[in-house]
Design a protein around this ligand. Structure first.
Ligand SMILES: [Zn+2]
Ligand SMILES: [Zn+2]
Length: 342
């Protein structure tokens, strides 16, 4: 556990360093990501797809997956994450917007309660719970998850987090399909099968796309599982870091609280940790007052279940159990290397 924490801190230091280096280069990284995704897509549709059986059956799902990947990437890069102080956007009515409709998915009844407010000491804005200050954007973001300079060149927050997760899911699916169905073409490109390379794209270009898609598939799959696990637990990436510190403080004080909810949670009861299913339904907003389930399959825009000023929370809890008043982390600690609160 200690080792994992050290590794985690090491990654955080590296991440801060990368923030500085990559901040200015963000748009170039987005351009590069687009070029690489387009190369992979082109490789698949010009070299792999024509060799698949029953093209009338296999082509539509492949186009659908690629479309989802590009559209969610477009959304996650272009939709503002939800800066505190900006007017909260209203749902649109254009073609790209889904219509809210009662879903068949019911979740356990949840209490949506007005969030406590605090003032950010860095930008001076009053912000609700779950908002955090982004040191790259120098603004507070509603339900801040992280700032992603390399892939999307902006923050992941309340408005684009759903697209971020769906983008990762469709990217994993796309690269997996290229890896599995392109295996024999990769052997052709390597010259193992002695089949002459007759495609317009050079064999080297295809091999590069193929190798990159293997790496991406594995790396993004791990990130996707990490994010979905966090969503199910009701915590963002930054909250997961905070909770680690809260647990440590609770443990040092010997304030292990008994489990009173769905699972054993001896040191910290996260205020936003509902049933896993409920947390997932709220995140994707496909519950009773949200959008239909098909919005996970069609790249449409949807609104979050809340405007960020109130949150679904566990009955009877005002703050995380195990955390005393005044102990909540405020982003200030990051400047002090995120070490301890005592
Ligand atoms: Zn701020
Ligand atoms: Zn940011």
């Amino acid at each position: 556990m200690i080792c994992a924490r050290r590794v985690f801190r090491c990654f955080r230091s590296l991440e801060r360093f990368a923030d500085r280096i990559t901040g200015a280069a963000g748009p170039w990284f987005v351009g590069l990501a687009l070029i690489l995704m387009s190369m992979g897509t082109l490789s698949f549709f010009t070299i792999v797809q024509p060799t698949l059986p029953c093209p009338w059956l296999t082509t539509p799902p492949c186009i659908w997956i690629a479309l989802n990947m590009f559209m969610h990437y477009y959304y996650v890069c272009t939709i503002p994450p939800g800066f505190v102080g900006d007017p909260f956007p209203l749902p649109g009515s254009g073609l790209l917007w889904a219509s809210p409709s009662p879903s068949q998915l019911s979740s356990s009844s949840v209490e949506i309660i007005k969030a406590r407010m605090s003032r950010c000491k860095k930008c001076g804005e009053m912000r609700p719970e779950r908002a955090h200050h982004c040191r790259v954007c120098n603004k507070c973001v509603l339900k801040f998850d992280h700032h992603c300079p390399v892939r999307i060149n902006q923050c992941v927050g309340i408005h684009n987090e759903r697209h971020f997760v769906l983008f990762m899911a469709y990217l994993v699916l796309s690269t997996l399909i290229l890896n599995v169905f392109g295996f024999h073409r990769a052997l052709d490109a390597l010259g193992v099968t002695l089949v002459p390379w007759m495609h317009a794209m050079p064999a080297f270009g295809f091999l590069m796309s193929y190798m990159l898609s293997i790496v991406l598939c594995l790396a993004v799959f791990i990130m996707l599982v990490w994010h979905i696990w966090g969503i199910a637990k009701g915590e963002t990436s930054v909250e997961a870091q905070d909770h680690e510190i809260y647990r440590k403080v609770a443990k040092e004080r010997g304030e292990a609280s008994p489990s009173t909810f769905q699972c054993q949670e001896p040191l910290l009861s996260n205020l936003f940790r509902l049933f896993k299913r409920t947390n997932l339904i709220l995140f994707f907003n496909i519950g009773l007052n949200g959008y239909p389930l098909y919005t996970l399959l069609i790249p449409l825009r949807v609104m979050p279940y809340t405007d960020g000023s109130s949150w679904a929370r566990r009955d009877g809890l005002q703050r995380h159990r195990g955390v005393r008043e005044g102990e909540e982390l405020t982003d200030e600690e990051e400047d002090e290397d995120g070490e301890e609160i005592q």
